[in-house]
Unconditional design. Structure first.
Length: 277
């Protein structure tokens, strides 16, 4: 009986060692796997940036500036005018007080038809434009329709909102108050990926004007830095699948899986021993 138990235990050790070990190559980020010269250490890697085009459900902070308060106050909803307008140079916007309030309630929403509604200007088509393009469009409209030459408009997104889930230590929605953010920052903000995360097949569900597309990236490869997918876009959904190792045991790690198997084998051996006795 003892011999049988030792054989079973040895088999478990061999199987666990062969199947539960995760090599460093599957865990380390942005490796130069193919030793590409232009991706070597201390070399300058050219980034591929893409300007974000506004889409339905985006929330914007829009500020209007002028030396004359009367020239801009009518562009704000009545309830926001007190907080939005300053004394010397009239200023403010959908956020009020420099955008410190919750923009869900006070911001300018891009509706399902791609329009943003602004007091005194009406519904303005915004989808498909960058924030800078919308800024100049509003300034031109105000100059043409209202005859106000002393006008400056500022348009900002409500940060970069994204959702990450799967093999992540802190899954859920996140908002980065930045103009630009990348995938590595998103992962770090979410507490990093778990040991069982399949870093070679991270999926990004990205919205486009005509629908959504699912992209797949390998965050262990340095070539990611040259991809447009390296940069986050608002409303990205990031899914991190598990490695196949998760199918081999009940633990969150190889050590936990090994402990669970040893416990089962020990219990089985004990039952067999009691029956034989």
């Amino acid at each position: 009986m003892i011999k049988l138990f030792k054989q079973l235990l040895l088999l478990v050790v061999i199987v666990a060692a062969a199947s539960s070990c995760i090599p460093n190559e599957k865990v380390i980020y942005i490796q130069n796997k193919e030793d590409v010269a232009e991706l070597g250490l201390d070399t300058l890697i050219e980034l591929s940036r893409q300007d974000y085009k506004l889409q339905p459900n985006d929330i914007l902070l829009i500020n209007f500036y002028s030396r004359e308060q009367s020239a801009v106050e009518k562009f704000y909803p009545l309830l926001l005018r007190t907080n939005a307008l300053g004394s010397n140079m009239a200023r403010g916007g959908g956020g009020g007080n420099g955008g410190q309030q919750n923009l869900y309630f006070t911001g300018y929403n891009v509706d399902k038809d791609g329009n943003v509604e602004i007091n005194a200007l009406g519904r303005i088509e915004a989808a498909g434009l960058t924030t800078e393009e919308l800024k100049y469009k509003l300034e031109d409209l105000i100059r043409e329709q209202e005859g106000v030459n002393d006008i400056l408009v500022n348009v900002k997104l409500d940060g970069i909102r994204y959702t990450i889930f799967g093999e992540v230590n802190a899954p859920g929605p996140q908002t980065l108050q930045q103009y630009e953010a990348n995938l590595i920052e998103a992962i770090a903000t979410s507490g990093d990926l778990t040991l069982n995360a399949n870093r070679a097949h991270v999926q990004i569900i990205r919205q486009y004007p005509d629908g959504v597309r699912i992209h797949e990236v390998d965050v262990t490869e340095r070539q990611l830095l040259q991809s447009p997918l390296y940069f986050l876009q608002p409303n990205d959904i990031i899914y991190v699948p598990p490695l196949k190792i998760r199918e081999l045991g009940t633990g969150e790690s190889a050590l936990q899986t090994f402990a669970a198997i040893v416990s089962v084998v020990s219990g089985t051996a004990l039952i067999i021993n009691l029956i034989n006795n």
